[in-house]
Ligand binder design. Structure first.
Ligand code: GDP
Length: 533
C-alpha cells in the first residue's frame, strides 16, 4: 500500500484555469470535506456572487492555515489508486525556491493552456522551468474548450505548437487532453462535446504517473552529513551518517568517499530505535560503521566500488535558473551547495543566455532575475556529483549568497581542469575563502568583535587578534597571511606608519578602517577588492 502522497504541480498562464481544474478535481474525486461544496455554494448565493470552483482551493487553504503554521498551504486529493498533494504553482517565487532546494519536489506536472488564448509566454516559461527542475512526467490540458466551440482543429493546433516547444527542451508529454473545467468535460468524465477525442481523461492520466521507485536500482550515492563517535570509553568506532540519495547499501559493501578517493568496507548498518537492518535504500537516513576508520569530511559523496563512480571536478557546465535581484555575474563569489557539500563558486562564463519563453539565445555575460542560462562554473575545491542525466538527486545544486538562495541549477557535464593542484596557491586560497589575505586595522574593540563576527558569518577566514603588535611579530603575521587569513588588529601601536616599516610585509593588503557601521566596513572591504564574498 502506498502511504506517501504523490506530489504534483499545476502550472500555466494566469487565468487559464488551474484553480478551476483543481476545484473540479477535488469535487469529482470526492476529496472535499463533507458539506464544503454546499457551504461555498450557499455563501455565493447569499452574497450574490457566481459560484467558482476556484474558490474551493482558497477555502481549503484558509482552513488549513488556521492554527497550524505551514509554509505552503497544500491541497490534497485522491484517486482510487493513490493520494496526491498539490504543490503551489511555479509562478510563485517560494515554489521555485522550494523546488530548486529540493524542499518540495513535484514528481509530475499538469500544464494548463486555455483554448481561447492558446500558448502564452508563461505556458512556455513554466514548461522550461519544469524541464530544469527535472520534472519529466507532464500532461497538458487544453482548457476552456467550451470557449473554442470544442473544436478539434483548435485543440490540434495548440497541441502541435506546444509539442514542438516541449520537444526542444527535451520533454515528451504523456498526453494532451481537451477539457472544460467549467463544464466538467474530460476531468474525470468523458463527454459528448469532445466525441472526436479518444484519449484519456485527466483522472486516468493521473494514475499513469509513476512514483520514483527506480532510484533504488541506480548506483549508490550518499552525501556524508556527519560523523559521530561511539561514546563508550575505548571504543573508537565512528558512525558515518547521511541520507541515501539513490541505490542500496548493504553490510559488507566496499565504499568510496569522493572526491578524496578513500575506501573502506561497511562493517555494520546502524539503526536508532528501530530493528537492526543489513541494508538501506534510497530516501532513507542511514548510518554505518567501517571496517577501517578513515579520515573524511562532511560533503564527500559516497559511492560503491564496482558501480559507476560520480564525477569529481572543480569545473562543470550547468543550466541555472536565477532568482536573485542582483544578476549572477563573474565579478562576485558565491557559495554552491550540492548535497551536504558547500564551497565557494565562481561563474567563469555564460555560454548561453536564454529567453525562457522563446528559447532564443540572448547576448550577455550576466544572468538576471528569472533568467536561465547555461554556464561554466568553477568551485573553490573539487566537488563530487553526477550529471542530471545520470542522477536526478546528485546532479542538482543551489547557489547562495548573503545567506539566501539566489539560484538553482542542474549539472550538465563535468569539465577537466584545475582539480589536481600540486601546491595550494594564494589565488586558490582566495577562491576558497572568497577574500584576499589582509591585515585590517580597526580602532575600537567592540567594533572589531562585531566586524569579525559579520565576516565570519559571511564565510571569511578571519580572526581578531587584540594583542598582536605588527612590528614585533612580523614572522607570525607573514605565516598567518600565507594561510589566506584576514587578521583584524587594533590601532594604537599598529598605526599605518609603524606598520609600513615592518620588514618583509611588502605586497600585503593593509587597510585601516575608521569607526563607522560594520556594513560600511564590509562595503569598504569589497570596494578595496579584499572581500569578494
Ligand atoms: P488560474 O489563474 O489559472 O488559476 O485560473 P482560474 O481557475 O482562476 O480561472 C480563471 C477564470 O477562467 C475564472 O473566471 C474561471 O471561471 C474561468 N474558467 C476556468 N476554466 C474554464 C473553462 O473551462 N471554461 C470557461 N468558459 N471558463 C473557465
Amino acid at each position: 500500500m502506498q502511504t506517501e502522497k504523490f506530489p504534483i504541480v499545476f502550472a500555466g498562464h494566469v487565468d487559464h484555469g488551474k484553480s478551476t481544474i483543481i476545484g473540479r478535481l477535488l469535487c469529482e474525486t470526492g476529496s472535499l470535506p463533507e458539506g464544503k461544496l454546499e457551504a461555498i455554494k450557499n455563501y455565493c448565493r447569499l452574497n450574490s456572487r457566481p459560484f467558482e470552483y476556484a474558490f474551493l482551493i482558497d477555502a481549503l487553504k484558509d482552513e488549513q492555515s488556521q492554527g497550524i503554521t505551514i509554509d505552503t498551504a497544500r491541497v490534497f486529493f485522491s484517486t482510487k489508486k493513490r493520494d496526491f498533494v498539490i504543490i503551489d504553482a511555479p509562478g510563485h517565487i517560494e515554489f521555485l525556491k522550494n523546488m530548486v532546494t529540493g524542499a518540495s519536489r513535484a514528481e509530475a506536472a499538469v500544464l494548463v493552456i486555455a483554448a481561447d488564448e492558446g500558448v502564452q509566454e508563461n505556458s512556455r516559461r513554466h514548461g522550461y522551468m519544469l524541464s530544469i527542475l527535472g520534472i519529466k512526467q507532464i500532461v497538458v490540458l487544453v482548457n476552456k474548450m467550451d470557449l473554442a466551440g470544442y473544436s478539434e482543429t483548435i485543440f490540434e493546433k495548440i497541441k502541435a505548437e506546444y509539442t514542438a516547444f516541449l520537444s526542444e527542451i527535451g520533454i515528451k508529454p504523456l498526453g494532451f487532453v481537451p477539457v472544460s473545467a467549467l463544464n466538467g468535460v474530460n476531468i474525470s468524465k468523458k463527454s459528448r462535446e469532445t466525441s472526436w477525442y479518444h484519449g484519456k481523461t485527466l483522472y486516468r492520466f493521473l494514475d499513469l504517473f509513476k512514483a520514483k521507485e527506480h532510484s533504488a536500482k541506480q548506483p549508490f550515492r550518499m552525501f556524508l552529513q556527519d560523523i559521530y563517535r561511539f561514546t563508550e570509553s575505548g571504543d573508537n568506532r565512528r558512525i558515518y551518517a547521511g541520507t541515501v540519495s539513490s541505490g542500496t547499501l548493504n553490510e559488507g559493501d566496499e565504499v568510496i568517499f569522493n572526491p578524496s578517493g578513500k575506501k573502506s568496507r561497511i562493517l555494520s548498518i546502524e539503526s536508532f530505535n528501530t530493528p537492526h537492518k543489513t541494508s538501506v535504500e534510497s530516501g532513507s537516513p542511514a548510518g554505518f560503521t567501517l571496517t577501517e576508520q578513515i579520515y573524511t569530511t562532511r560533503g564527500e559523496l559516497i559511492s560503491k566500488a564496482g558501480e559507476t563512480a560520480p564525477h569529481s571536478a572543480m569545473r562543470f557546465t550547468a543550466a541555472v535558473f536565477w532568482l536573485g535581484s542582483e544578476p549572477l555575474s563573474s565579478e562576485r563569489f558565491y557559495f554552491i551547495k550540492i548535497g551536504t557539500a558547500r564551497t565557494t563558486l565562481k561563474l567563469i562564463e555564460v555560454t548561453k543566455l536564454l529567453d525562457t519563453s522563446s528559447l532564443e539565445s540572448k547576448k550577455g555575460n550576466k544572468v538576471g532575475k528569472f533568467e536561465a542560462a547555461e554556464c561554466i562554473f568553477e568551485a573553490g575545491k573539487p566537488l563530487s556529483f553526477d550529471t542530471i542525466g545520470e542522477n536526478q538527486e546528485t546532479g542538482r545544486f543551489v547557489i547562495v549568497s548573503d545567506y539566501e538562495i539566489r539560484g538553482g541549477g542542474i549539472i550538465l557535464d563535468s569539465l577537466p581542469g584545475t582539480a589536481s593542484v600540486k601546491e595550494v596557491t594564494a589565488a586558490e586560497r582566495e577562491k576558497r575563502f572568497g577574500h584576499k589575505a589582509a591585515v585590517i586595522i580597526v580602532k575600537d574593540e567592540d567594533f572589531a568583535v562585531e566586524l569579525e563576527k559579520t565576516l565570519f558569518a559571511l564565510g571569511a577566514f578571519v580572526c581578531y587578534l587584540p594583542d598582536l603588535d605588527l612590528s614585533s611579530n612580523p614572522h607570525e603575521i607573514r605565516t598567518m597571511l600565507k594561510s589566506g587569513m584576514i587578521i583584524l588588529i587594533k590601532s594604537g601601536c599598529n598605526d599605518q606608519k609603524n606598520v609600513k616599516n615592518v620588514p618583509n610585509l611588502g605586497g600585503m593588503h593593509l587597510l585601516e578602517i575608521k569607526n563607522g557601521s560594520v556594513e560600511a566596513a564590509v562595503r569598504e572591504l569589497r570596494e578595496n577588492g579584499i572581500l569578494l564574498l
